[in-house]
Ligand binder design. Structure first.
Ligand code: ATP
Ligand code: MG
Length: 560
């Protein structure tokens, strides 16, 4: 983590969590120590919602000179996989954060088991033979207290014996659970004898077949926080009802007093942020994989060309709140544009080529036009672009019968070729259907960019690529994956809301020769078209570019 990042975190304004932390530091709580954690369940790839949580937890640690752990919350053997573990670690690091430690809740299984034994010994937990239905039936309602299970008063000895035998695999799945002896009259339903352990004969991605009982969330999360001496355990609002049990377990076990704090989830417009639904998109081939650039996963955003700095800046601007909101996707795109504008190398690519022949330019002549790589960055240097009598321009930049405000090329009109000469269109050659196939133009030798003495004032500047040395490229244009703003809260199934035009492949674009060696990870601005990055599918001789984002926000313009 760079010192620049630390300085930035320190100067930002306070949010309510920062106020809590600052009060704790002032009161000397935990010796003034701040230790947070990011606790993903390795059952999918991280998405943009997780990114806000990562930035929050690591950001707080940075700001207060503390630490932040990455802890895999891998207590559910059925859905978890090492593929996800690897991707999560890579994504956290790519975002710019290095965990103080990488831990696995599953490494704590022996200690969590000891904790459970301790609760039994202290009379705070019991083995219940009731079925899930029986437990539910006795639970009561928010206004009516629950009734005790017939097994609630088993002796400590009997509970210890049964729990050990559960662990040894003597009982079938679903036949017994370990429950806390909570408060059956509590208005918080979670306190009414919550489940702590269940029997599950499942293979775990790390502990294999060592265990056939697994702790429930409430028997694992706070205890893991405590084992790691986490001071501020930050989670999303749906865990508010669990806070009482979190504190209860810590108190009864008499272990390090971690504290839970909640903030509202961040949802992004035109996007789904639920691993379960994202998994469905992948498994049913609605997208090309977890890192399909249309996905809201961190790996997809990376592939698409978003920068970690832009995502961090976005998370900072969104901030945290207690109320769930739908964050505009356009704000994230704005942050991406802002960052890419500073770092992207400028280049010229023509998506839909139309041939221009410059009739008064010698056919055997070549000139090299020098162009800046990035006007925003004086250190970015320049590059040379070959110019010849045949060039490609964008089909959209020509119109035979233009409407009054069409300031591009048309018969008789002038256009500046970016960084080169002014041309005039003299003649349009068309195919049998009347579509233009070639423009015959003349150029003005004294209009060369940088030394223009022509006195001509074309109303437009267009991009171009030399037809004698341009190289072919495939360009993938992405649009929003969903057609509605809030697909997660729509009455229709989210699969029906997929935008059929979310991917457009331009198979035969032509790129300037300087892009021949472009590599994934590099950032480009194709003049007038947007920001682009080579896809991992790209290789020299077969270039493939992803459009990261357009130059301007076409959607907000269209909306209003
Ligand atoms: P999902 O529903 O997508 O599976 P999750 O909350 O179950 O999400 P976890 O792996 O358990 O996923 O989450 C790890 C951390 O990321 C948790 O602390 C969780 O609160 C946080 N998180 C998940 N989604 C969001 C979101 N949309 N906004 C903010 N934080 C989130
Ligand atoms: Mg979860």
């Amino acid at each position: 983590m760079t010192t620049e990042l630390i300085e930035k975190e320190k100067t930002e304004s306070n949010n309510f969590l920062e106020e809590i932390i600052e009060q704790d530091i002032a009161a000397g709580k935990n010796g003034g120590r701040v230790h947070t954690r990011f606790p993903p369940e390795p059952n999918g790839y991280l998405h943009v919602g997780h990114a806000t949580s990562i930035c929050l937890n690591f950001g707080l640690a940075l700001k207060y000179g503390g630490k932040c752990n990455l802890r895999f919350d891998d207590t559910n053997p059925v859905t978890e996989d090492t593929e996800y573990v690897d991707s999560i670690l890579a994504d956290v690091r790519w975002l710019g954060f290095e965990p103080a430690g990488v831990y696995y809740a599953s490494d704590y299984f022996p200690r969590l088991y000891e904790f459970a034994v301790d609760l039994i010994k202290k009379g705070f937990a019991y083995v219940d033979d009731s079925t899930a239905e029986q437990i539910a039936a006795l639970k009561g309602t928010p206004t009516e207290p629950g009734k005790p299970s017939p097994y609630r008063d088993r002796s400590v000895e009997e509970n210890l014996d049964l729990f050990e035998r559960m662990r040894k695999g003597e009982f079938p799945e679903g036949s017994k659970t370990l429950r806390a002896k909570g408060d059956l009259a509590s208005s918080n339903m979670i306190m009414r004898d919550p489940l702590l352990y269940r029997i599950k004969f499942a293979h775990h991605h790390r502990t294999g077949d060592d265990w056939c009982i697994y702790p429930m969330y409430d028997m694992a999360h706070g205890q893991s926080d405590s084992i790691e001496h986490i001071t501020h355990s930050i989670c999303t609002m749906e865990f508010i009802p669990h806070r009482e049990l979190y504190d209860w377990c810590i108190e009864k076990l008499d272990i390090f007093p971690s504290k839970q704090y909640e903030f509202a989830r961040r949802n992004l417009s035109y996007t789904i942020v639920s691993k379960r639904k994202l998994l469905k998109l992948v498994n049913e081939n609605h997208v090309r994989g977890w890192d399909d650039p249309r996905m809201p996963t961190i790996s997809a955003m990376r592939r698409r060309g978003y920068t970690a700095a832009a995502i961090r800046e976005w998370a900072r601007r969104v901030g945290i709140a207690k109320r769930e909101i739908l964050v505009e996707l356009s704000l994230l795109e704005f942050c991406v544009r802002e960052d890419l504008n500073k770092i992207a190398t400028r280049s010229m690519v023509v998506l839909n080529p139309l041939k221009v022949v410059i009739t008064n330019y010698p056919a055997d002549k070549r000139e090299l036009m020098e162009m800046g790589n990035n006007p925003e960055d004086p250190n970015a240097g320049t590059r040379k672009l070959p110019f010849s009598n045949e060039i490609w321009i964008e089909q959209d930049d020509f119109m035979e019968n233009p409407p009054p405000k069409f300031f591009r090329l048309s018969p008789g009109s002038l256009a500046r070729l970016k960084g080169a000469y002014i041309i005039q269109c003299d003649e349009v050659i068309k195919d049998a259907d009347g579509n233009p196939t070639e423009l015959r133009c003349t150029y003005f030798p004294e209009s060369r960019s940088g030394s223009d003495i022509s006195g001509l004032k074309p109303k437009t500047t267009i991009h171009w690529v030399c037809a004698n040395c341009g190289i072919p490229a495939e360009v993938r244009l992405y649009d929003r994956l969903f057609t509605v703003e809030d697909p997660a809260n729509d009455e229709r199934d989210f699969l029906e809301l997929i935008n059929p035009d979310s991917l457009k492949v331009v198979p035969n674009a032509i790129a300037e020769a300087n892009l021949a060696e472009a590599m994934p990870g590099e950032k480009y601005q194709f003049l007038r078209l947007g920001y682009f990055t080579p896809d991992p599918d790209s290789k020299p001789g077969k270039l493939v570019f992803n459009r990261t984002v357009t130059l301007k926000d076409a959607w907000s313009k269209a909306k209003g």
